[in-house]
Design a protein around this ligand. Structure first.
Ligand SMILES: CC(C)(COP(=O)(O)OP(=O)(O)OC[C@H]1O[C@@H](n2cnc3c(N)ncnc32)[C@H](O)[C@@H]1OP(=O)(O)O)[C@@H](O)C(=O)NCCC(=O)NCCS
Length: 183
């Protein structure tokens, strides 16, 4: 069984980005992301209602990092590392299966510039080399074309399709499950 250790926090750097630890100073941007209609369109979760709620969320995430239960990075541009423009995480860790689920969101002002592809490639590398994962999975709403593209562009394969398995706001929605093996 794998044992994860996220201390010291693994900051990741790419050509354009820094993936860093979040602090409560990111709460304003986090509130925007988790309450924006465009960002939340395909995410079956209640929107965040206040900056305070976003602060609590960040505190909770930082506890999970300390206890090695999950990890979330703030995505920022190299040119402005203080400004969170998105997040990417490994959660629902399955150490017994050397497997974890990835999740991500990006501010709409930065969509379609390859930023999530660049972030995901860095996080995949950390997942396979730093965490010794054997596989990574992602669950998406199949109507989320951009998310499916990001996954396919980083090597993920659609392995499963669950019909109406997710009930949210009075409707049953489908889920597509993608995975990437550490070859
Ligand atoms: C999904 C998301 C993270 C993508 O981030 P991004 O940085 O824009 O992604 P990239 O630029 O790396 O790639 C987007 C790809 O989708 C394509 N795309 C976007 N919208 C599209 C559309 N309507 N039809 C077809 N292709 C589309 C882009 O052309 C690009 O593919 P390409 O590089 O092959 O041309 C971003 O849209 C987002 O945050 N969405 C809201 C939150 C969300 O849905 N998160 C995922 C939950 S599972």
């Amino acid at each position: 069984m794998l044992e994860f250790n996220f201390t010291p926090f693994p900051e990741l750097k790419t050509e354009r980005l820094v993936l860093r630890r979040m602090t409560t100073a990111d709460a304003g941007q986090m509130f925007f992301l988790r309450s924006d209609d465009r960002v939340m369109k395909y995410i079956g979760r209640e929107k965040t209602k206040s900056v305070e709620e976003a602060e609590d969320f960040i505190r909770k995430i930082n506890v999970f990092i300390e206890t090695n239960e999950s990890i979330m990075w703030a995505i920022a541009l190299n040119s402005d590392p203080a400004m969170l423009i998105g997040t990417i995480c490994f959660w629902r860790l399955q150490p017994e299966n050397f497997r974890a689920e990835v999740g991500y969101v990006l501010h709409p002002g930065y969509w379609n510039r390859g930023i999530m592809k660049e972030s995901l490639l860095a996080v995949i590398k950390y997942g396979f080399e730093g965490m010794s994962l054997h596989s990574i999975e992602a669950h998406i709403n199949p109507e989320n074309i951009a998310s499916g593209k990001v996954l396919e562009n980083t090597g993920f394969v659609r392995e499963a399709y669950f019909k109406e398995n997710c009930y949210f706001h009075g409707a049953f929605r489908d889920t597509a499950i993608y995975s990437l093996l550490n070859k």
